[in-house]
Design a protein around this ligand. Structure first.
Ligand code: ATP
Ligand code: MG
Length: 184
């Protein structure tokens, strides 16, 4: 699976609907002058993936993610990512018959949060499980490459290394579900 296009509307510096196309399945680079919204595109992807630590997308609260903090008439921030799902080897369970999967996240002033899969409203949990099943966990500390990462991994305890491998292999969600079942 890879990103085919991203539609950003009302998110950070993207006050007007902007569609970004032409992604390569393996490698992409975003270029442009300073302050023109390159990092905001990456932030918009993390937003759809459900980032929980907003400081990683350079915001203090969800309202900071709305164009001009909602002070300019734009009251919603919405980002849609369209994935190419034609590779059966990487297809998430339950999506075998669809060539494209579009995941949308929208927030409105006042904090109303909405997720959609192919235009149909779904729970945040459904989207979380979807990304987990394709090993895309934005909240895994190893997802974003940050300064000091190598030293952190070297200093990890065995249990933490196991947790990281489980996260990367996509089996973490089953482990969490097993623990939840045991608690019942
Ligand atoms: P650089 O090359 O310096 O890394 P960049 O292309 O990555 O720049 P971004 O960080 O994506 O630039 O964009 C920064 C711009 O986004 C700033 O001008 C900032 O004011 C603007 N911005 C951030 N949040 C909002 C918001 N909620 N509403 C409007 N503009 C915003
Ligand atoms: Mg930048």
């Amino acid at each position: 699976m890879y990103i085919k296009s991203i539609v950003i509307d009302g998110f950070k510096s993207y006050g007007q609907r902007t569609e970004i196309n032409g992604f390569d399945p393996l490698f992409n680079a975003i270029t442009g002058l300073n302050g023109t919204g390159k990092s905001n595109i990456l932030d918009s992807i993390c937003f759809v993936l459900g980032i929980s630590n907003l400081t990683h997308v350079r915001a203090n609260n969800l309202q900071d993610l709305i164009f001009k903090n909602g002070q300019s008439g734009v009251q919603k921030a919405s980002v849609s990512i369209k994935f190419d799902n034609r590779n059966p080897a990487q297809c998430p369970p339950g999506y075998e018959n669809t060539d494209e999967i579009t995941i949308t996240r929208q927030i409105a002033l006042g904090g109303k949060n909405k997720y959609m899969v192919n235009g149909i409203n779904v729970t945040p949990k459904k989207v979380q499980d979807f990304f987990c099943s394709i090993q895309l966990n934005v909240n895994n500390p190893h997802f974003l490459i940050m300064q000091g990462r190598i030293t952190k991994v070297l200093n990890m305890k065995p249990q933490e290394v196991l947790s990281m491998v489980e996260e990367a292999a996509g089996t973490k969600m089953y482990e969490i579900k097993r623990q939840q079942t045991q608690k019942l």
